[in-house]
Design a protein around this ligand. Structure first.
Ligand code: PRP
Ligand code: URA
Length: 208
């Protein structure tokens, strides 16, 4: 399943984020805001239990989030840019990180670090975050690593997707839904997303 956010408030922010003149401070703020919208969409089916609440006026029926373990998994380094927004909406989530660097010539992901707690019973909800789904290599490898650790409930949230990455991801991990803020046209010969936004890590961290 691939969900593309279709909302003018998201499209407005994605447009500003693409602009090559947008400086890192504003870029980070936009990543934050768009990630909040992604979380809103991706967590529509989060598990809840019924609770009663007493308002100043009357008794009411309410709900309480009931996910005993949520693990946020940013893919280093650009995924870190989405972490604060996710922790704002899920303050009790745990965080595991996966380090991955694309080989610049082949775009193959090269894993260099992994610190994710193993799943206990497969009931954990793992949310992988990374702004870019280009060839799909990094996201596919990250999800494969989580499955090896025993995670069964996994979602992938990203900002900009290329059709090539979506196809690869859907064929390797058809059980993992993808939530994205924009689906772009294609990859160029350097495996960058067109029109995209350039190198997400460089734009977040100001390392252009
Ligand atoms: C970027 C991005 C993804 C990956 C996407 O990371 O953040 O992790 O590329 O490309 P793919 O779908 O073709 O795998 P990069 O490897 O540039 O590392 P960085 O986050 O450290 O900049
Ligand atoms: N990684 C990025 O940061 N940008 C792209 O366009 C592709 C991969």
């Amino acid at each position: 399943m691939n969900v593309v956010l279709d909302h003018p408030l998201v499209a407005h922010r994605v447009t500003l984020m693409r602009d090559h003149e947008t400086p890192p401070k504003l870029f980070r703020e936009l990543v934050n805001e768009i990630t909040t919208f992604l979380a809103y969409e991706a967590l529509k089916d989060i598990r809840v239990s019924a609770v009663d609440v007493v308002t100043p006026v009357a008794k009411a029926k309410g709900v309480k989030v009931n996910e005993p373990r949520i693990i946020l998994v940013p893919i280093l380094r650009a995924g870190m840019g989405m972490l604060d927004a996710m922790l704002n909406v899920l303050p009790y989530a745990k965080v595991g990180v996966l380090g991955m660097q694309r080989n610049e010539a082949t775009a193959e992901p090269v894993p260099y670090y992994a610190k994710v707690p193993p799943a206990k019973d497969g009931e954990e909800l793992a949310l992988v975050i990374d702004p870019m789904l280009a060839t799909g290599g990094s996201a596919c490898d990250a999800v494969a690593q989580l499955k090896k650790l025993g995670y069964k409930r996994i979602k992938f949230l990203n900002l900009i997707s290329a059709p090539e990455g979506i196809s690869k991801f859907e064929s390797e991990h058809p059980d993992v839904p993808v939530y994205t803020a924009a689906k772009d046209e294609r990859l160029n010969s350097h495996f960058y997303i067109v029109p995209g936004l350039g190198d997400a890590g460089d734009r977040i961290f100001g390392t252009l």
